[in-house]
Design a protein around this ligand. Structure first.
Ligand code: ZN
Length: 590
C-alpha cells in the first residue's frame, strides 16, 4: 500500500513485511532535515532498566533524497549521520529483525506482530519534540490465515476497521510509549468510571473465559481510579491492555495509556471454572500492578525521568518507591476490589515477607542503592545476586507496608492519603524523595526522616511483626523448606543443581559452590543417590553429620555437611488474622 501524503515533520511507515524472516520494513521520511542530520535508535526502553542496544537488530539502513542516494556515516553503534541537502525531504529505509517474544522489544511471525517504537523507530535529532505520524501496514493476505487486526494506545488519524493505517503521536516520547499489537487476537471493551477500556488477548486457548477476565479487570480499574481520584476522572481518555499468552512466560511493561503483558495460557480464567487458580490471581496482580503504574511512574515519576535520555542509563534512587509501592498496592487493590479474601491477601503478603527475609543481600544493600544499581544488578542477576542485593520490588513493598501501618498506628493518616497528596503536590509529574517527606510531615505534623533513613537508606530489619500486630495481624515463623534450611537455591530435574549458596549458611560452611551437582548423601554409614532435597529427611533422619557427594568441574568431591535441625531460622513466615475487626480498616477500606 503506498503511503498517503503526510504533513507531519517526521513520518514513519512500518510494514509487517516478511513474517517468516521476522522482518519489519521501516521507511522514515523527514520533511526538513539538517545538512548533517543525525539519527539514533534508543539503547533502552523506559520501565525496563537495562541497556539493551536495540540497534543490534537494525539492518540495511539506506538514505535518499528524491532519487539521489544520500551518504550515511555511522557515528556509534546506534547513531548515524546523513549528509544531505538541508530542507529537502530525506527518506531512510531499513529493516528490523523482530524475534524477542518479551514485552520490551519487537516480535513478528506468521501468528502475530508486536513492537515498541524504541525497537523500530529511529529518533530524528533535533525533532524528537515535534509531532510525528506512523503508518502501520498489515502483512499481505495469505491463503488460509486469519485476518489480522491492529491495536495500540496511539491516537488514530485515519485507520481502517481493523485498526491498520495512520496514527499520530505528540512527540517521540509518546510514540515510544505506545506499543503496537497485530494479529488475529481476541478483543473486547468495557467502561471503568466512564472511561473506555479495551482488552486484547493473543494466543488464548479455547477454554478462555473472556467475560470473567473483563469483569475482574474492570473491578481492578475502578478500584485504582477511585484510589487516586475518589470523585474525579483519571488522567487518560482511554486505556488498552495488550496481553500475549504463551506456553511459559510472565511479565509486563507499563505505559501512559496502555500496558503490554505476557502470561502462561494456563493462567487465563477458564469457562466453567468458578474458583480462581493461583496463576489467575497472579495475572490479576500483574494487571493491577501495571495499571497502578499509569499514575505511579508514568506520570508521578522520579525527577531524573522528567526527560528520558534514550542513549544510556538513567539513574534514580527512587525505584523502591515507584516499583515497591506499586507492588504493595497491586495485591491490596485486589483485596479491596473483592477479588481475593483476607486469607489469600495475607498469604501473598507473607510470601513477600519471606522472599525478603530469605535474601542475605538485604543486609548488604539498601533499597535506594538497589534502585540506582538496577541497570547492573537487578536486571543482570547471577549466582551472587541474593547475597549482594535486595529487590526494590519486594523490600520496597514492605517499606510501603511499614509506612502505611505506622501511619495507621499513629491515627489520622494512611498511605493512600499520602499518595494522593503527593499526586497533588507534584501535579502528577516529576518528584523527589523530599516531596514524600514533605507530604508525610504535612499530613502527620511530624518528621519521618528517621524511618526513611532506616528503611530506605539503611539495611536494618524492618519492624514488620510489631507494625502488623498493631493492625491485628500476627506474623509467625514457619518451618523452612530443606533448600532454605541448608542455604541453597537449587534446580531439581533428575539431579540437584546448585544455583546459589546463601551467605552464612550451612551449605556455604560445607564448601558448596554455585554450579555444583549434588549427587548423593552419606549418612549413618550408608550412601544414597540424591535427586531432590525433599529426600534428605528420608535418608538422614535425625542424623546431623553427613557427607555430600558433589560433581564439580569433572571431579567428584566429598563435602562434610552439618545438617541443620528442621526448626532452625525465622526466615519463613506466615500471617494470621489475630483481630479481624482491627485489620478490616486496613484491608477492606481505603
Ligand atoms: Zn512495575
Amino acid at each position: 500500500m503506498p503511503t498517503a501524503p503526510t504533513r507531519a515533520a517526521v513520518h514513519y511507515r512500518v510494514e509487517a513485511a516478511d513474517l517468516h524472516a521476522h522482518l519489519y520494513h521501516v521507511t522514515l521520511t523527514i520533511a526538513q532535515p539538517t545538512a548533517a542530520q543525525e539519527l539514533a535508535l534508543p539503547a533502552w526502553i523506559p520501565g525496563s532498566y537495562l541497556v539493551r542496544e536495540f540497534a543490534k537488530n537494525l539492518q540495511r539502513l539506506a538514505a535518499r533524497q528524491g532519487r539521489q542516494p544520500v551518504a550515511l556515516v555511522q557515528l556509534a553503534k546506534d547513531r548515524w549521520r546523513a549528509d544531505c541537502q538541508a530542507g529537502q525531504p530525506l527518506v531512510l529505509t531499513y529493516e528490523v529483525c523482530a524475534y524477542d517474544a518479551s514485552v520490551r522489544t519487537a516480535w513478528l511471525d506468521a501468528a502475530r506482530g508486536f513492537f515498541n517504537a524504541t525497537s523500530l523507530c529511529l529518533q530524528v535529532a533535533g525533532q524528537t519534540a515535534l509531532p510525528c505520524e506512523i503508518d502501520i501496514v498489515a502483512p499481505k493476505k495469505r491463503a488460509g490465515s486469519a485476518l489480522w487486526h491492529c491495536a495500540t494506545g496511539l491516537f488514530p488519524l485515519k485507520v481502517d476497521a481493523r485498526g491498520f493505517g495512520r496514527y499520530r503521536a505528540a512527540n517521540y516520547d509518546e510514540l515510544a510509549d505506545c506499543p503496537v499489537e497485530m494479529g488475529a487476537f481476541w478483543s473486547a471493551s468495557f467502561n471503568a468510571c466512564g472511561v473506555p477500556h479495551r482488552f486484547v488477548v493473543a494466543g488464548a486457548a479455547p477454554s478462555f473465559d473472556g467475560a470473567r477476565l473483563l469483569a475482574d479487570t474492570r473491578k481492578i480499574c475502578e478500584a485504582a481510579i477511585r484510589f487516586w481520584h475518589p470523585r474525579g476522572k483519571p488522567p487518560f481518555q482511554n486505556y488498552l491492555f495488550l496481553l500475549n499468552t504463551v506456553h511459559d512466560g510472565y511479565g509486563g511493561l507499563e505505559h501512559r495509556n496502555s500496558t503490554a503483558l505476557i502470561c502462561g495460557r494456563r493462567d487465563l480464567p477458564r469457562l466453567g471454572d468458578a474458583k480462581a487458580s493461583d496463576g489467575y490471581t497472579q495475572l490479576l496482580g500483574l494487571i493491577s500492578h501495571e495499571y497502578f503504574h499509569t499514575w505511579n511512574v508514568k506520570r508521578l515519576r522520579p525527577r531524573e525521568f522528567a526527560q528520558y535520555d534514550y542513549t544510556r542509563e538513567n539513574y534514580t534512587e527512587l525505584l523502591w518507591f515507584f516499583e515497591g509501592f506499586t507492588s504493595y498496592y497491586d495485591d491490596l487493590l485486589l483485596r479491596r476490589a473483592g477479588l481475593i479474601d483476607d486469607t489469600a491477601y495475607l498469604k501473598l503478603l507473607a510470601k513477600t515477607c519471606t522472599q525478603v527475609l530469605q535474601t542475605p543481600g538485604r543486609q548488604v544493600q539498601s533499597v535506594a542503592q538497589a534502585s540506582f544499581d538496577a541497570w547492573i544488578k537487578y536486571y543482570r542477576q547471577d549466582e551472587n545476586t541474593p547475597n549482594a542485593t535486595v529487590s526494590y520490588y519486594t523490600k520496597g513493598a514492605l517499606v510501603a507496608l511499614c509506612l502505611d501501618l505506622a501511619l495507621r498506628r499513629e491515627g489520622g493518616a494512611t498511605l493512600d492519603a499520602v499518595m494522593r497528596a503527593l499526586w497533588q503536590r507534584c501535579a502528577g509529574g516529576p518528584m523527589a524523595e523530599a516531596d514524600l517527606l514533605a507530604v508525610l510531615q504535612a499530613l502527620t505534623g511530624r518528621d519521618w526522616q528517621g524511618e526513611i533513613a532506616q528503611w530506605v537508606h539503611g539495611t536494618a530489619e524492618l519492624p514488620l511483626a510489631e507494625l502488623l500486630a498493631a493492625q491485628g495481624v500476627a506474623l509467625k515463623a514457619e518451618p523452612p523448606q530443606p533448600a532454605q534450611r541448608l542455604g541453597l537455591r537449587v534446580q531439581e530435574n533428575h539431579s540437584v543443581q546448585i544455583k546459589t549458596v546463601l551467605r552464612g549458611s550451612a551449605a556455604e560452611r560445607a564448601g558448596f559452590m554455585a554450579g555444583d551437582e549434588w549427587l548423593g548423601l552419606e549418612a549413618a554409614g550408608q550412601a544414597w543417590r540424591l535427586q531432590r532435597l525433599d529426600d534428605l529427611a528420608l535418608y538422614a533422619g535425625a542424623v546431623r553429620q553427613a557427607t555430600a557427594l558433589v560433581a564439580r568441574d569433572g571431579r567428584l568431591l566429598r563435602l562434610p555437611l552439618d545438617l541443620p535441625a528442621p526448626d532452625a531460622s525465622g526466615d519463613t513466615v506466615r500471617l494470621e488474622l489475630a483481630d479481624a475487626a482491627r485489620a478490616q480498616a486496613w484491608l477492606s477500606a481505603g
